[in-house]
Design a protein around this ligand. Sequence first.
Ligand code: CP3
Length: 339
Amino acid sequence: MDNFKKIFETTTPIWFMRQAGRYLPEYRKIRVKEKNFLDLCFNPELAAEISLQPISRFNFDFIILFSDILVVPYGLGKKVDFKENIGPILEKTNNFDELKDVDLSASIEKLEPVMRTIKILKNEKKNKQLIGFCGGPFTVLTYMFEGGTSKKHDLIKKKIKAERKDFKLLLNLITEFSIAYLKKQILNGVDIVKIFESWAGLLNKEDYNEFIIEPNRKIQKEIKKKFPEIPMIFFPRESKEKIFEFLEKVKPDVLSLDKEVPNKIFEVAKKKKIILQGNLDPLILIEGGRKLEDEVKKIMLHFSDNDHIFNLSHGILPKTPIDNVKKTLEIVKNFNETR
Ligand code: CP3
């Protein structure tokens, strides 16, 4: 951890969520040849090549493993498909009974191709650090219940209300799976891990404590117990004021911020020596021009008293112009030179 923290004495590193993806022509070229997105995630040579595409093009400071958070339901035996212009389609999960006979180590074995991708990247990453990841357990479960991306999340809300015990059993299962999966990623060579809790904002305070804070805290505790040196990034998206409780209980090394964060976060993070990551709006990155320049500089100034990793507030969008990404890196790197 000390080595990792040293980075911030001299620079603001930069990488982007979903930095490997459809806005890159070199990604689209590979993607058209492989109709099934999960097959791409499970092709170690191609997945490693895609992970490195944004590094070759932009020289981002971190590599993120090319995969998806929805490989976990696949590992648990559920069908997972990705449809163009729709997104993920999953075979629905309704109750714990469906998964109670799952053998965790056999399920994780199904994700072995991801480990082979990590091994290739470990040899090719040169001086860059590699970020491994999984979804936050609640976020993964929302996809499993809803069968895909949902606007209203009615099914999961109903489940929490009507069958809380059963819901918790499922959440525990995903949490255990995620811990074992992250450990395996670390053993195979990732240097940092990130937990994407993209749907944290759905829950009220009580449910947030039970279904967001508790599982994330458990993941933090178990990973740190075995790998105290591995930096852990948490992304409890749209937590708003609940973020302070999250910081207190989960103790992230790095907190990844969405676009609406309480102003007090800067002071609190500094006091607790938490590195902040964020938080350029992906829509402004698409817009470009003067607005983008002003916004990037504003963020650099805003975070200047904190240890900071420059990033987006959510994943990069397919329509993003390459030149705007280049421009953003240029401004951040120039800022670094003049500080
Ligand atoms: O950041 C990276 O470059 C690494 C790879 C990565 C992907 N997905 C690749 C991907 C990572 C870290 C993710 C995380 C992920 N996946 C999250 C958490 C972060 C977030 O965005 O909130 C979630 C919720 C998912 C689930 C998921 N995967 C959805 C909802 C979709 C469809 C929407 C979309 O952007 O297409 C995906 C597909 C997906 N995951 C693509 C990529 C490159 C696009 C697939 C394609 O090429 O057709």
